[in-house]
Design a protein around this ligand. Structure first.
Ligand code: ADP
Ligand code: MG
Length: 349
């Protein structure tokens, strides 16, 4: 099992590869499991006496939230909301909570995060894989149907509604929120050490069983083999990357990625190849990885300066290969072998 896990870590994880998962025998008892959900491979490793129960509960939670939140499953709450023709739709507490928090983050990011960008995601063919470049007129129409302020949420009644011509999805926040929920559940069970690799999102629970920090690799966007160019050391935090190399298509020499600029209804082109956000709140990290990718480095750094209350750090990898890391990472981020000559700027508040 250990060998297979190493292969999976090396081959399948899109962004954050955990570098010590395979090294050496595990002294603490642990359970690992692989789950395919939310369009990605998830690897769960839980340590300690509650490991088996923790994995079982986590697997059930993943399946439950995927069923509620999928934009393409016709039985999900999000699909129902998108097809309710302007009527109120009943929400589970799980969906109500993630929508409420995400809409706050849409507002905080000035709409760089906009859940209703889903119309653009659809127009470019991402959900079906039938990729296309829409014309200018169509894009103007789609852009007019992107506006998170039109989403109405009645928290008392646990209901939501959308104007008829709008659609939303939770793709930008779902895995981060999932990591947060799983982390809370595991802690309630008494788990003090776990590693949840949810596609490009890594959620750590506590530190490693030996008390040292987890070492999470930051992928080199330019590497075909998924090599990592640096390492962050974290405990009890999420490490979330949004990149233009994760899901994209190419046409006429141009790369179109799955992260949309809500203003243009087109793939964001802000000069960055990836943004990694590190912090204690997985939902915030996921929301911001997407939003800061849309903003680009300059506006993204300004956002970090303006929002210390969000308690996050970030790594920007520009298209020219240079790196900018926020001050809180100065001691926790190191370049990997082969990347020692990369230019890294530490941004101060
Ligand atoms: P991933 O989940 O693939 O790791 P992200 O967290 O950046 O990457 O989320 C991207 C997904 O979020 C897209 O596939 C799409 O469904 C949705 N999305 C794209 N652009 C935006 C945006 N500006 N705001 C909110 N959601 C978006
Ligand atoms: Mg995100």
């Amino acid at each position: 099992m250990k060998g297979r896990l190493c292969l999976l870590l090396a081959g399948l994880l899109a962004a954050g590869a955990v570098l010590t998962g395979c090294a050496g025998a595990k002294s603490a008892s642990s359970e690992s499991s692989q789950v395919f959900a939310m369009d990605t491979v998830m690897l769960l490793t839980v340590y300690g006496d509650q490991a088996k129960e923790g994995i079982d509960q986590a697997t059930q939670t993943i399946q439950k939230l995927e069923k509620l939140w999928s934009a393409t499953d016709e039985t999900s709450e999000i699909w129902t909301l998108n097809h309710s023709e302007g009527d109120w739709v009943d929400l589970s507490p799980e969906t109500e909570q993630v929508l409420s928090r995400s809409l706050e983050l849409c507002a905080l990011t000035g709409g760089a995060l906009d859940l209703t960008a889903y119309s653009a995601v659809q127009a470019w063919g991402f959900p079906t894989g039938e990729y296309r470049v829409p014309g200018a007129e169509e894009l103007a129409q789609v852009a007019a149907s992107i506006d998170y302020t039109q989403v109405e949420l009645n928290e008392q009644a646990s209901q939501a509604r959308l104007p008829e011509n709008m659609s939303l999805d939770l793709g930008a926040v779902a895995k981060g929120r999932l990591g947060e929920v799983l982390s809370q559940q595991l802690k309630e069970l008494g788990v003090t050490s776990a590693l949840l690799e949810l596609g490009g999102n890594v959620q750590t629970v506590g530190a490693k069983p030996d008390g040292s920090k987890w070492r999470v690799g930051i992928q080199d966007p330019a590497s075909q083999e998924g090599g990592y160019l640096g390492v962050v050391q974290v405990a009890d935090q999420a490490v979330v990357t949004s990149g233009d190399y994760q899901r994209y298509f190419e046409q006429d020499g141009q790369r179109y990625c799955h992260i949309m600029d809500p203003d243009t209804a087109s793939p964001a082109q802000s000069g960055v190849d990836s943004v990694t956000v590190i912090g204690s709140d997985g939902t915030v990290c996921d929301a911001l990885s997407t939003a800061l990718f849309v903003m680009g480095e300059e506006k993204g750094i300004q956002f970090w300066k303006d929002h210390p209350e969000l308690n996050f750090e970030a790594i920007f990898i520009a298209q020219d290969g240079t790196l900018a890391v926020t001050a809180g990472l100065a001691d926790n981020f190191t370049l990997a072998d082969g990347y020692q000559n990369r230019e890294v700027t530490v941004m101060e508040r």
